[in-house]
Write a protein that binds this ligand. Sequence first.
Ligand code: UN1
Length: 495
Amino acid sequence: MATKSYKNFIGGEWKTSSSGETFKNINPANAKDVVGRFQQSNRKDVNEAVSAARSAFPEWKKTPAPKRGEILYRVAEKLVKHKEALAQDMTREMGKVIKETRGDVQEAIDMGYFAAGEGRRLTGETVPSELTDKFCMSVRMPVGVVAAITPWNFPLAIPSWKLFPALVAGNTVVIKPASDTPLSVYHFVKILEEEGLPPGVVNYVTGSGTGAGAPLLDHPKVDMVSFTGSTETGRVVAGHCARQMKPYSLEMGGKNAILVMEDADLNLAVEGVIWGAFGTTGQRCTACSRVIVHKKVLKKFTNLLVKRTQELKLGDGLNEKIDVGPLVNEAQREKVHGYCKIGVDEGAKLLLGGKPHRAGGCSNGFFFKPTIFGDVAPKMRIAQEEIFGPVLSIISCRNLDHGIKIVNDSAFGLSSSLYTQDVNRAFQAIEHLDTGITYINSSTIGAEIQLPFGGTKGTGNGHREAGTAALETFTEWKSVYIDYSGKLQKAQIDD
Ligand code: UN1
């Protein structure tokens, strides 16, 4: 069967790139399987997409927010209808197992319903004036044209975190998806079109970071940038936006940890650590890559963890029986393998894995064995740097305070977790763990969309996605003063 070619979506039309070139989207479970060909867009295509978004903005801004919400509600309904097909395509282009890609689509559905409801809220404040016969309120205004640059690990959920709130707030958007996963966003944009989003309100441009991403960041008619991806690229985004004095939100890396105290339910903790470390093949920004265990239970916990991890089945994520899919591409596999060699050189004890996995029909994919290191010191590179793969470091601690200190000794601050039966310790941890998300007796992954998502320190730049917090990113405040006294009243001036 001939490989299907997919086009850009600009100003309500499906178009090929003026470059005349395309790139391949590969199935990471089987590199011989080409999922599709996508446009290798350039500056000209990006300029066209931004112009289309600019032209569509005034009308979309004028459309009542509840009406905008109604379109988004219908989009969520359609995502429900096509959930299985979307999940199948997502596993094929990204690799994570089918249960998880269904979850990814579900997260987009949740976000769609949530944002649709916001169409009837978008709340501001009314506050009293210091003067008589004067009324004060704050209202939300859209920012304008939003550039969304999205990653491959949540091919639909993360684009939905950006598009749904941006759209309900009245912005228009140009989205450039990661080149490893353009198909999921293609489906999303197609549904937006089918459900009646006016032309130009969302534009979809595929291509490389340098070819399509950089011209989008640089474009003077883009009003804000919303980026999720690596810290390295986030720094580039920040540089571009800072030079142009334009707002930007960054969601980047994590080095998330689970603390296991001596009073914890160890079996429950083992399940949580495995889910956090090896779910999505470790390719979540919320993935658990450090487990910090009280020394009294270290041995028992380690044995249980290694035993259970050995039972995980690797393979093509489309097979329902598989637990762990491949890494997204060869470069990612090399990076993960490189970190395993670093761990060994640093003196950590390799307890499991540490190398690519090729057996059992996995030879054409980018599989990597679930890996566990013991005897890890908190300052080792494998305990400090984001690996973004199925590599877990076990670190020992003396008590809760010591454990919290180790968790916080990190350049990142996305997600953390504590397993204990002691409510006092739980609240102490909630107060002192320096991360944007903290779980008690649950893994580091699986944030729900009605709460703010994001982290402290190097994880972001102070913004949050999801929940009503997303509206802070995609709206500007306007403060409104209405003086109905019929005379000149002066605030702050003594009589
Ligand atoms: C990410 O890894 O970038 O909390 C997002 C979670 C998911 C989202 C992860 N709901 O793990």
